[in-house]
Unconditional design. Structure first.
Length: 225
């Protein structure tokens, strides 16, 4: 399957991720279990994605508790931001924050899918205004558990590109094949997508088959509302 992907889509083969994803797919999984599984899967994907996107370089000197001197290391790029797509992307924030060695800005983007057209509609955006002369974010980590039709992912990528970010790493638990390809082609080599698994198609309502259901509803016990 991976041979048919664009080169900027990366499918995890981690056995722990695959086992946890099979648990997450189950209709019997509780909201508490869903939260833990989304966190764990995001953590595994984050290690893989950021290991590819970041580099380390020597920094200042420090001393160990025994008094020995050593050279610390820092990550590059340094200007990093995180953007979860509301609501379900909120379930991935803690995993990514825990991986990064220093706090980074977190911006939120609210998008919902129009039921008739399946297009993405923005209802919230707290990206700060950036003066044209101000340095842009060198890397934005975009979080959304699901890439179904790809419309939401493309809208988020376009928003971040217009804001001025230089590169995007998108982390998702599950994607459909058409949705992933659509998102990967939205900004070419400036976007890298890391995904836990791929299902072949969406149904008429734009939901992935067999999929995970609505992750936001499952995380916040809003199923049926």
């Amino acid at each position: 399957m991976t041979s048919s992907f664009p080169s900027n889509i990366h499918l995890s083969t981690h056995p722990l991720l695959r086992a946890k994803l099979s648990q997450l797919r189950s209709s019997s999984t509780t909201a508490k279990e869903t939260k833990a599984l989304v966190h764990d899967i995001a953590l595994i994907l984050g290690v893989e994605a950021l290991g590819h996107a970041l580099q380390s370089s020597p920094a200042q000197k420090d001393t160990t508790p025994l008094g020995y001197a050593y050279t610390t290391e820092k990550i590059t790029p340094e200007r990093i931001s995180v953007m979860p797509i509301l609501r379900s992307g909120l379930g991935m924030i803690d995993a990514i924050q825990n991986l990064l060695p220093s706090p980074v800005p977190i911006h939120h983007l609210g998008l919902f899918r129009d039921k008739a057209t399946l297009s993405a509609v923005e209802y919230y955006n707290n990206l700060p205004y950036r003066e044209p002369s101000a340095p842009p974010s060198e890397l934005t980590i975009l979080l959304d558990p699901i890439i179904a039709t790809g419309a939401t992912a493309c809208a988020a990528i376009d928003t971040l590109r217009d804001w001025g970010t230089q590169r995007i790493v998108m982390i998702s638990v599950l994607g459909s094949m058409p949705g992933l390809v659509k998102a990967a082609e939205e900004w070419g080599e400036c976007v890298e997508i890391w995904v836990g698994a791929v299902d072949q198609e969406c149904d008429g309502n734009g939901m992935i088959k067999p999929g995970l259901g609505d992750v936001g509803d499952r995380l916040f016990m809003a199923i049926g509302k």
